[in-house]
Write a protein that binds this ligand. Structure first.
Ligand SMILES: [Zn+2]
Length: 472
């Protein structure tokens, strides 16, 4: 089936221009001013931007955590993602020590199969390195197309790996062509500070933030950068929340290291004071790293603007306030960590970033899609509007306003951390491989339509600077 998107303004990471986009067999077949086949369905995008579909590099769908499971699974999570203009998610596949990686990957395939409405890939968590793990890694990359590994430097006695594991993962990734992602917080010190706070009788949600100070994120980020330099490898720091971590990433990049940084919408617009909301409502804002004092927001915006941070992930990890967040009513360490963010990632960056003049339209596309596709081996199939690329497209009206609310969102949770926030701009229609998932703000997709994405190795399109210098 052919479709023609007419009258829109195409935005890529490099250009903004008026042209029509012809879609054939799920791919972009032509772009130009006089593309007019007789047999194509016409879609009018007048007054709208046409963006490459957003890629969310950081989601936790259907994930067990703290004695419960995230509320959004691959169905509700990807439907919400699509409403927000995201057409690809890369979810974190958790592993268990002593169990074959293949078993964990199979578990994650089963979670997504038949449910995802948009395409998806997996990152693989590495919690230990031994001969069994090392013997499985080449297969993970070659056969599964999983080319990014996640190491947790926090969550002691749960997910946390030691520095030796991180170093060996970095070395293996270098040899195999993978990108190592770190959750950078000093888990050992956090463990001590939380025990101390509880011993002093501090049980309220705000102590989640007070026991995970930004210095501990900066310290872990710096440590990961140094180990990356020693291993001559590549590193992607997830959910950067504070100035101390930005500083370490900038320092590493200035030295020429292949270090990349992601931040999330919540850190750009919310701050630590939200954790002090009365009636335990602060628990709605408990995730890690925690929200910071407001002044960090400007540092993060500047880092996105000047390229010290390159991507925006959601860190979608949703739990209901009732029944799930409430598990920590008497003890902040028992509040499941995470928030529902997947749906509003693009809206917040567009409204607060582009509309307020902090970043350009091209940067918006790069940060939410193109750079992510390049770093995670999806480019140019995903992440751009070019002939031959998948027709993953968002028709976005920049002139409408909407108010974010749990009453209208499509996530399965009972609250929205951005409740009441006015945002400018909204995805009107969203296509995945040429098929509508959302049409005129109505869901028309199908669970199970989303395909699993085998990704290319790290390095092909991952560039260090704006001059597109290839590093490998
Ligand atoms: Zn996460």
């Amino acid at each position: 089936m052919k479709r023609l998107i007419k009258n829109g303004t195409i935005v890529t990471a490099a250009d903004v221009y008026h042209a029509d986009v012809l879609i054939e067999d799920g791919k972009i077949a032509a772009i130009g001013e006089h593309v007019s086949p007789h047999d194509a369905e016409i879609i009018d995008a007048k007054g709208c931007y046409v963006f490459p579909g957003g890629i969310d590099p950081h989601t936790h769908l259907d994930m067990p955590f703290g004695g419960t499971v995230t509320k959004d699974d691959f169905q509700s999570g990807t439907i919400a993602a699509a409403f927000g203009g995201t057409t690809t998610v890369i979810d974190f596949c958790l592993t268990n020590k002593g169990e074959p990686l293949a078993k964990a990957i199979e578990t994650w395939h089963n979670k997504a199969k038949g449910k995802a409405v948009i395409d998806y890939g997996f990152h693989l968590m590495i919690s230990e390195i031994n001969d069994d793990v090392l013997s499985e890694l080449p297969k993970v990359i070659e056969e599964e197309g999983i080319t990014s590994f996640k190491v947790f430097m926090a969550y002691k006695n749960v997910f946390q790996a030691d520095d030796g594991t991180l170093y060996r993962t970095l070395s293996a990734a270098k040899q195999l062509g993978a990108l190592v992602m770190v959750h950078a917080e000093n888990g050992d010190v956090i463990d001590y500070l939380t025990k101390q706070a509880l011993a002093e009788g501090h049980t309220e949600p705000v102590y989640h933030a007070l026991t995970r100070p930004p210095e501990l994120e900066g310290e872990a980020t710096g440590r990961a950068c140094q180990l990356t330099q020693l291993a001559d490898s590549q590193l992607y720091v997830v959910h950067v929340s504070c100035a101390q971590a930005v500083e370490k990433i900038a320092e590493a990049r200035n030295k020429g290291l292949n270090v990349w940084g992601e931040t999330c919408p919540q850190y750009l617009v919310l701050d630590q004071s939200y954790l002090e909301k009365p009636n335990f409502e602060g628990a709605k804002y408990v995730w890690s790293p925690p929200l910071r004092e407001k002044w960090h927001q400007e540092v993060l915006w500047n880092a996105l603007k000047n390229g010290q941070l390159q991507t925006l992930g959601s860190d979608q990890c949703s739990f209901d306030f009732k029944g799930q967040k409430e598990l920590g009513r008497d003890d902040f360490t028992k509040i499941p960590n995470g928030g529902p963010i997947i749906e509003d990632r693009l809206s917040i960056l567009f409204s607060e970033g582009v509309k307020k003049g902090r970043i350009t339209l091209n940067q918006f596309v790069d940060i939410t899609s193109t750079r992510i596709a390049k770093l995670f081996g999806l480019f140019p199939k995903k992440g751009t509007i070019a002939v031959g690329s998948d027709a993953d497209l968002v028709i976005f009206d920049p002139n409408v306003e909407r108010v974010i609310s749990a009453e209208t969102h499509h996530m399965a949770v009972d609250y929205n951390p951005f409740e009441g926030m006015k945002v400018a701009g909204e995805p009107i229609s969203v296509l995945s491989r040429g098929e509508f998932v959302v049409r005129d703000k109505v869901f028309v997709g199908k669970p199970g339509y989303g395909q699993y994405l085998k990704r290319e190795k790290y390095g092909k399109y991952a560039v260090l600077n704006e001059n597109e210098k290839l590093t490998i």
